[in-house]
Design a protein around this ligand. Structure first.
Ligand SMILES: NC(=O)c1ccc[n+]([C@@H]2O[C@H](COP(=O)([O-])OP(=O)(O)OC[C@H]3O[C@@H](n4cnc5c(N)ncnc54)[C@H](O)[C@@H]3O)[C@@H](O)[C@H]2O)c1
Length: 327
């Protein structure tokens, strides 16, 4: 096999914009809604408390015709060791022959495709005039989710930011000021202060086995879109269960995970409470209100990964980037 190897630095230097990633992620949602995506719920192992390593295979059919798998870990204790929380590799296969054509870093892909999925959710569920975003958890995802939501909502002018560790806040503020000139980042001293008055709230904190769910429902304004990137760790169950519209990124994966008993227990919405998933929304099968309480749980799905990896691969070929090895 001839395999193109791509590092984080090589992918980062390709100059792919978050809008390009949002477009492929949205296409994946649409094709999933049209039944053209094979997407088993992610399976995982848990070598340490609160830590996971997930396997995420996917085939996206139609004109995309891409296949692959991500092998990705999430380790909250890595922060104290100065290591990234998320680490992984992505393997891209030729859909026609099954032959592996590329192995690439999955950290860049995970960072940006996750932000992009939130941006696509904002495209379909946020009030188009939303001006204030609150972000809780200001690491890798805090940054990419902010950038994507700002691209989806051009009227956004203020980001209220909170992290349990103040040094994260300073790093985030300086990155966002570079990424999004003109956006005013307001550092907040508590979760309640951050979410107060926000039109959109995104939580990007570690996923834990015994969640505190520290974002309380009655702290949010009436017209608010709440998006969880961190499973059920941050939002109180009522934020989602009392929403006028509750969506997830993939019903099958959400319900399967809930059935396993580890996440989305104690009041999180069940099968009957789901308006639809992002596939249904993007395929035009259901639509969400733009006002009132709206909730979304975006666990991350493998169609984002294979389609973003395919985008990366095509750009890398175009620019002659990466090392081709025979194995
Ligand atoms: N849904 C998806 O598709 C998807 C994809 C990738 C990562 N994630 C999840 O996103 C979350 C963030 O990942 P990351 O790569 O940005 O990690 P990160 O370590 O870079 O950032 C996490 C941030 O949360 C902060 N934090 C920790 N506890 C907090 C608390 N109680 N209140 C406020 N802030 C707190 C940390 O200080 C850190 O800044 C993780 O749960 C990860 O599993 C989800």
């Amino acid at each position: 096999m001839e395999i193109r190897i791509l590092s984080f630095e090589e992918i980062d230097a390709l100059g792919i914009s978050v809008t390009e990633v949002m477009d492929v992620v949205e296409k994946g949602f649409r094709l999933k809604g049209e039944g053209k995506v094979e997407l088993p719920a992610k399976i995982g192992i848990h070598p340490r408390k609160d830590c996971f390593i997930h396997a995420m295979p996917c085939f996206v059919g139609a004109d995309a015709d891409v296949a692959g798998i991500k092998w990705v870990s999430g380790y909250p204790p890595n922060q104290a060791k100065g290591l990234p929380y998320i680490n992984g590799i992505m393997c891209l296969n030729e859909a026609e022959t099954g032959i592996v054509k590329s192995i690439m870093d999955a950290n860049w892909i995970t960072a940006w495709r996750t932000g992009a999925a939130t941006g696509v959710c904002a495209r379909h569920m946020a009030d188009p005039d939303a001006g204030t975003l609150a972000v809780i958890g200001l690491g890798v995802q805090g940054r990419t989710n902010t950038v994507a939501v700002a691209k989806a909502l051009p009227g956004l002018s203020v980001v209220k930011a909170y992290d349990a560790y103040t040094q994260q806040l300073e790093k985030y503020k300086s990155l966002i000021e570079k990424d999004l000139p003109g956006i005013n980042v307001l550092p907040c001293r508590s979760v309640q202060e951050a979410v107060d008055g926000a039109d959109v709230v995104v939580t990007c904190t570690p996923i834990v086995a015994d969640p505190e769910r520290f974002v309380k429902s009655d702290w949010l304004k009436k017209d608010c879109l709440a998006i969880a990137v961190d499973y059920d760790s941050a939002f109180d169950a009522e934020v989602m269960s009392k929403a006028e519209a509750f969506v997830c990124d993939d019903k099958n994966q959400y319900l399967w995970t809930q059935e396993q008993g580890a996440y989305f227990q104690k009041g999180y919405p069940g099968k009957e409470d789901i308006l639809g998933d992002m596939g249904d929304l993007c395929a035009g099968k259901v639509s969400s209100p733009r006002k009132g309480r709206r909730g979304a749980v975006l666990m991350g799905i493998a169609s984002h990964d294979v389609l973003t990896a395919d985008l990366v691969y095509r750009k890398a070929i175009e620019k002659g980037v990466g090392k081709v090895v025979q194995i």
